[in-house]
Design a protein around this ligand. Sequence first.
Ligand code: SAM
Length: 242
Amino acid sequence: MTLHLAGQIVARPNLHRPLRSFRGIMRGMSERRTRVYDRDHVRDFFAARAADWDRRFPDDGPAFAAAVAVMGLRPGDRVLDAGCGTGRALPALREAVGPTGVVLGVDLTEAMLREAVRSGRDRDGALLLADAAAPPLRAASLDAVFAAGLVAHLPAPGRDLAALGRAVRPGGVLALFHPVGRAALAARQGRELTANDLRALPNLRPLLAAAGWRLTAYVDEPSRFLALAVREAVPEGPDALY
Ligand SMILES: C[S@@+](CC[C@H](N)C(=O)[O-])C[C@H]1O[C@@H](n2cnc3c(N)ncnc32)[C@H](O)[C@@H]1O
């Protein structure tokens, strides 16, 4: 079976495990909204890096496991890995929610998802080729979202985090993670860390608040960046913040 979302292929048989486990949280076809997709630069960027992604960062596994461990996931929870890439977080997420839980990895870049399949990480979660900012999921159907290295690639982070949040129940958790801190990442990318960095605490807290998330924990140290937030009950419709 191949599913389509607003004209995009969102899943192919060899990219996802059976839909049975998360069929209940998929948004109905009739509820889909049309959205113009212009994420080609993101796809090109990561498609060129997909084959080498895990080789470039071979030692990150424990950092991912530690980040997932502080999310407070419970057996049976439904968790989305937004911008899952090659699925490095999926084993830890599966471990946290157990066999009765739902683990879903969403990414825009098919080449990254193919690497996840090649590594066998589709055993730990269903994979979906889709925009994390418009996940084809029912409102409030998730308990948590894990997003490693995603937020800087969102063209409109506030709006997109708000859109992502609609799929999360009030009280659900968001983890924005990177296996190195902001300064180390800036150095790796050859750029200066400025006060405008959206992951800086004075910027991130209000950004999340306006998107319906309350920041509850923030760590920025050489070996990790981790921001945890809780989903607030946000009104839908004209009163919504985004
Ligand atoms: C820096 S990589 C991180 C991948 C993975 N989370 C990890 O830590 O190994 C960012 C990933 O986010 C994906 N991405 C960027 N924007 C996205 C979006 N709007 N929706 C879904 N995935 C997106 C990219 O395709 C890429 O795989």
